[in-house]
Design a protein around this ligand. Structure first.
Ligand SMILES: [Zn+2]
Length: 194
């Protein structure tokens, strides 16, 4: 009897350890190379990593709070972000470089106090990094500028089961019918209009 109890306990411990496993970091999808320098996502956006000088230039438009979050991996206080309760239809782009990151159709109420999405607009637009600062978490960054967005967890709703927990300060919202700026458009369309 004792052995059975011990064996059952062992199974329980193993099962709970498996449940505690952190999010498995997704490898960046293989980019298609349209030429030797430009990396294009499957949705047609230029996701070539911006040079540091250009990131610094773009960062000049940021407020101190946006700078702290995007460039120094800060976190806005829960329930304070301007986009938490936004239910408008549209697209959320990177506040720093304009790359489209999330669509309103995948936003859900997580109750955590930060805007939450169950998947990015394009897997190649969000880069994942291991973050050991408070336990093991998976940090998410904008693929093009490296700006800090937040973290991704395994406790999201269907269909992905993922929760992309994002700072409002890292995002810019564009309503459905709004014309997107050139930096937020796919290469072909952006190039035609420029
Ligand atoms: Zn960006």
């Amino acid at each position: 009897m004792k052995m059975i109890v011990i064996a059952a306990l062992g199974v329980l411990i193993a099962a709970s350890l498996a449940a505690c496993r952190s999010h498995t970091i997704k490898a960046d999808p293989k980019p298609s190379l349209s030429d030797s320098a430009t990396v294009t996502s499957s949705s047609g956006h230029d996701v070539t990593r911006l040079p540091d000088g250009q990131i610094e230039k773009l960062a000049k438009k940021l407020t101190a709070a946006e700078r702290y979050i995007l460039l120094r991996k800060g976190t806005e206080r829960a329930f304070t972000g301007g986009l938490l309760k936004n239910e408008e239809e549209g697209i959320y782009t990177c506040r720093l470089c304009g790359l489209p990151l999330f669509g309103s159709g995948t936003k859900f109420k997580s109750g955590t106090g930060w805007p939450s999405f169950y998947e990015p607009i394009d897997d190649a637009h969000v880069h994942e990094e291991r973050d050991n600062s408070f336990g093991v978490r998976t940090e998410i960054q904008c693929r093009r500028c490296g700006g800090h967005l937040g973290h991704v967890f395994n406790d999201g709703p269907k269909p992905t089961g993922l929760r992309y927990c994002v700072n409002s300060e890292s995002l810019e919202f564009h309503e459905k019918d709004e014309d997107l700026p050139a930096e937020s458009q796919p290469i072909e369309r952006g190039a035609k209009e420029m």
